[in-house]
Design a protein around this ligand. Structure first.
Ligand code: TMP
Length: 236
């Protein structure tokens, strides 16, 4: 079914198919951090991220959030709708961590009264800088209607995923989403939802079950990915 590779990113490859409106995403075990400065491999990550993304996207679809997901083809490969990616990283936070804690000089683990939402401009050469709504408009990265739609979809995703992970004994600290435009201009959730793109803490012990184990050299990276996948499977 794969025709030719049209894009290779840090964690995934994208292939064209016979159908111009459909692509195949193939998940790799490669891991990077700090805009590619740190490189490594997380054995089995591609299989886990593919299956976790698909399980979560199907839940989100059922909850009324449109996604690019069509169907899983194999352990690492998934058929998706072709989109033009809106070049924004949409980050939702429930608890302080990572760049938020660093930027504002606060500790990790502060529970917010309400989720925060921010955009980064998806641009590796610029190291994905934080960007304001008015700068998104000035650069014509999205229309005002698209910005509002993306924000409301991202908060809906947070509501759904937070509840789902809580049922697995996992606290959803923060995550990054990407959105795309279909041929008709409508916005759908794209990219992935995985331990690469979410912070997931064990609700009881606070143990990190996500890519921070790789970013921060905490050890037990593969075990954390396997454990979070086990929790998702157990939730059915
Ligand atoms: P941050 O605290 O480093 O800004 O990260 C916020 C969330 O976004 C965290 O769950 C990890 C995720 N993330 C990505 O998916 N890709 C990235 O390139 C970065 C920097 C963060």
């Amino acid at each position: 079914m794969k025709k030719e590779m049209i894009y290779e990113g840090k964690a995934k490859k994208v292939y064209s198919t016979e159908d111009p409106e459909q692509l195949i995403v193939s998940y790799k075990d490669d891991a990077t951090a700090f805009n590619g400065l740190k490189k490594g491999t997380i054995a089995g990550k591609g299989v886990i991220n593919n299956q976790m993304t698909n399980a979560l996207m199907q839940r989100l679809e059922a909850a009324g959030v449109p996604t690019h997901f069509i169907r899983q083809l194999s352990e690492r490969d998934t058929l998706v709708k072709r989109v033009t990616i809106v070049p924004l990283e949409v980050i939702v936070r429930n608890i302080s961590a990572g760049s938020f804690a660093k930027r504002y000089g606060v500790e990790e683990g502060i529970i917010f009264d309400a989720p925060t939402l921010e955009f980064s401009y998806k641009n590796d050469a610029l190291a994905d800088p934080l960007i304001t709504d008015s700068h998104v408009l000035a650069l014509k990265l999205a229309t005002p209607e698209e910005i509002e739609r993306i924000k409301s979809m991202a908060l809906k995703v947070n509501d759904e995923l937070r509840r789902f992970w809580a049922g697995c004994g996992v606290t959803l600290v923060d995550f990054k989403l990407e959105f795309g435009r279909l041929a008709d201009g409508s916005i759908v959730l794209a990219d992935e939802i995985s331990p690469d793109t979410c912070r997931l803490w064990d609700s009881r012990t606070g143990e990190k079950l996500d890519k921070d184990r790789f970013r921060r050299d905490l050890g037990g990276v593969e075990d954390a990915y396997r454990e979070i996948m086990r929790r998702l499977r157990a939730a059915g």
